[in-house]
Design a protein around this ligand. Structure first.
Ligand SMILES: [Zn+2]
Length: 54
């Protein structure tokens, strides 16, 4: 199962979550500490690879 890194503005800290890719695509990630859905995906190598694709 892939691991995703997010930043939670409520907790003001980065959180790491494991979830199926399908769940991530639906934006169902929730902060494990506050349960909030305001998580912002951290820009990492996983996303950097696809950002320039035409
Ligand atoms: Zn939080």
């Amino acid at each position: 199962m892939p691991t995703y890194e997010y930043f939670c503005p409520t907790c003001n800290q980065a959180v790491t979550l494991q979830m199926p890719m399908s769940q991530h695509d639906r934006g169902e990630a929730a902060c494990p500490q506050c349960g909030g859905h305001e998580l912002r995906p951290q820009v990492g190598t996983f996303f950097a690879k696809t950002s320039r694709k035409s």
